[in-house]
Design a protein around this ligand. Structure first.
Ligand code: GRF
Length: 200
């Protein structure tokens, strides 16, 4: 295998997807090739980013498929049809069951916008994570890349990067700093690291 075929699962804006595409262009990612983008939301701007980069993309909607099982089966089919080796959850706002995660043991990465084990697990997603960090009054937060298992945000940690909280931060300003100073850096680095191990 020359490069690990990688699928990125998204739900929203897709700035982390963009960081991965940029890292592929700049050579930071050389052991992985992003060949598929799957969104569970047809309106996700991430789908436009994929299209602009010439990467195959599709929407798989849980609402339309009704059950978790049918939703996950549709994702599995897409991954298998496209010969995917590595899966990256980049702002994917849907929990995957053990049936799914155990099938791809140590092959699914997620980016979480805090230093796990702080502000993580069920209910901690998007701005809620940063709201909780500000409410607690922590002075340092950051981002974590980890493997995905059946426990939300509970899999083995691959990389973390700390970011300072500043006086006057709002959840939005903190989210932006965590993305710029941590997420967009450690996610591409982690994808390269794991893809390199897969292709060996
Ligand atoms: C990021 O903060 C990521 O850590 C979290 O969801 C957000 C997604 O942002 N899991 P984007 O869609 O990559 O812009």
């Amino acid at each position: 295998m020359l490069r690990a075929k990688t699928a990125v699962l998204v739900s929203g804006g897709g700035t982390n997807l963009q960081a991965l595409l940029d890292a592929q262009n700049s050579g930071i990612i050389k052991s992985a090739e992003i060949t598929l983008v799957i969104s569970n939301n047809a309106g996700a701007y991430a789908l436009t980013r994929a299209e602009k980069a010439g990467v195959k993309s599709m929407c798989i909607s849980k609402k339309e498929l009704k059950t978790q099982e049918a939703f996950e089966d549709a994702i599995i089919n897409a991954l298998e049809e496209n010969g995917i080796d590595l899966i990256v959850l980049a702002g994917f706002m849907s929990i995957l069951s053990e049936r799914f995660t155990s099938r791809y043991d140590h092959r699914i990465l997620n980016i979480h916008p805090s230093l796990i084990p702080s502000f993580c697990g069920q209910g901690y997603y998007g701005l809620k994570v940063h709201e909780a960090a500000l409410k607690k009054g922590v002075k340092v937060t950051g981002a974590t890349v980890h493997f995905v298992n059946e426990i939300p945000d509970g899999g083995e940690i691959i990389a973390q990067k700390a970011v300072y909280v500043e006086d006057g931060d709002t959840p939005e300003t903190l989210q932006k700093r965590v993305m710029e100073q941590a997420e967009w850096i450690i996610l591409p680095q982690s994808v390269e690291k794991i893809a390199e191990q897969i292709i060996k």
